[in-house]
Design a protein around this ligand. Structure first.
Ligand SMILES: [Zn+2]
Ligand SMILES: [Zn+2]
Length: 333
């Protein structure tokens, strides 16, 4: 058994985390808060996994691609498949763990396509094979089927949950936090701005939990005021948050999620769902969530806005447009 098989075997089910270590949220943010990882997974889901193909599909350097591929194999998100022995040639294929990211990728495409102007024309179109229509994914409760927004879901920390244990585990080497706030490839610019940095994801989490005041953001994040100020400014600049005044105390600035900010919730919901499914802490889950309307544990699903059926990965087809690797042909997950 070679090393790849050992990894594959170990990673075929959920990862059992060490007691007291980074929880499912921290592990997820550490892995998915990296644009190259998202781009490589995106390619993998569309069947692209050879080194040369990946090099031409995105503006990535040889060494960065090599290090990301090794990381993703180690983390069970890709499997190395040798398709030729002389000379040795390997391709990287998606695993159950990375295939399970399709709702998250769908959520990002949908949000960027809808809310980031320069993207409207270059993101792939999504088709639901069951009804044959181009569709928009609608986040819904897996128990009662009702459409769900952030305000409909009650969340509290579970036994392994806390801010400290949810800080992204830094798996890739980063020069500084601010480096990761800039999109490297420009393909998911705003998603990376809100997701690709530990302070950003914590700040967004606080905003969704109803935090509005500077001092409360500061207390929630445990971050230096300059960092909080800089993140709030960046979020306001892209229209995720809007600054205003408190009605009772005009000297208090308030930062509230805009419609664009609230529309990011499906990305958060699907990422948390994936995190809790694939990373198990011995103490129990990091987050306990329930759907306020039906009272059941919240299971994030997507429904088709055209036929209202629950979407499955096998029935969603990506129709490429001007993405670097596709030329109008259809790739199925
Ligand atoms: Zn429900
Ligand atoms: Zn449909």
């Amino acid at each position: 058994m070679d090393l790849d098989d050992v990894f594959a075997e170990r990673q075929s089910g959920p990862t059992q985390l060490e007691p007291g270590s980074a929880n499912a949220v921290g592990r997820m943010l550490g892995l998915l808060g990296d644009e190259w990882t998202l781009l490589i997974i995106q390619q993998g889901l569309q069947g692209v996994g050879r080194f040369g193909q990946l090099m031409s599909a995105m503006p990535i350097s040889n060494s960065v691609l090599t290090s990301r591929l090794n990381l993703l194999v180690r983390e069970g998100l890709l499997r190395r498949n040798i398709y030729q022995t002389n000379p040795l040639r390997a391709e990287y294929v998606v695993t159950d763990r990375s295939r399970a990211l399709w709702p998250f990728m769908l959520a990002i495409w949908d949000w960027e396509g809808r809310w980031v102007d320069e993207h409207a024309d270059q993101l792939p179109t999504m088709r639901h094979e069951r009804c044959g229509s181009d569709f928009v994914p609608v986040l819904a409760c897996g128990s009662c089927g009702a459409p769900v927004e952030a305000k409909d879901v009650a969340a509290e920390w579970g036994p392994s949950g806390s801010w400290e244990r949810s800080v992204p585990e830094s798996i890739t080497r980063r020069r500084s936090d601010s480096d990761t706030t800039r999109s490297m490839s420009g393909l998911f610019p705003e998603t990376m701005l809100v997701f690709g940095n530990r302070w950003s994801s914590a700040l967004l989490g606080a905003a969704f939990r109803g935090v509005t005041r500077f001092s409360d953001f500061e207390a929630n994040l445990g971050a230096p005021p300059t960092v909080v100020a800089e993140r709030l400014k960046a979020f306001c600049a892209i229209g995720i948050l809007a600054a205003g005044q408190n009605a009772q105390r005009p000297d208090w600035a308030e930062y509230r999620l805009t419609e664009k900010g609230r529309a990011f919730y499906p990305v958060i919901a699907t990422s948390l769902q994936w995190a809790q499914e694939w990373f198990h802490a011995p103490e129990g889950p990091a987050l306990l969530q329930h759907h306020r309307t039906c009272g059941e544990a919240f299971d994030a699903t997507f429904r088709c806005d055209q036929c209202d059926e629950v979407l499955t990965g096998a029935e969603v087809t990506i129709v490429g447009r001007d993405t670097p690797n596709t030329s109008g042909e259809t790739d199925e997950y």
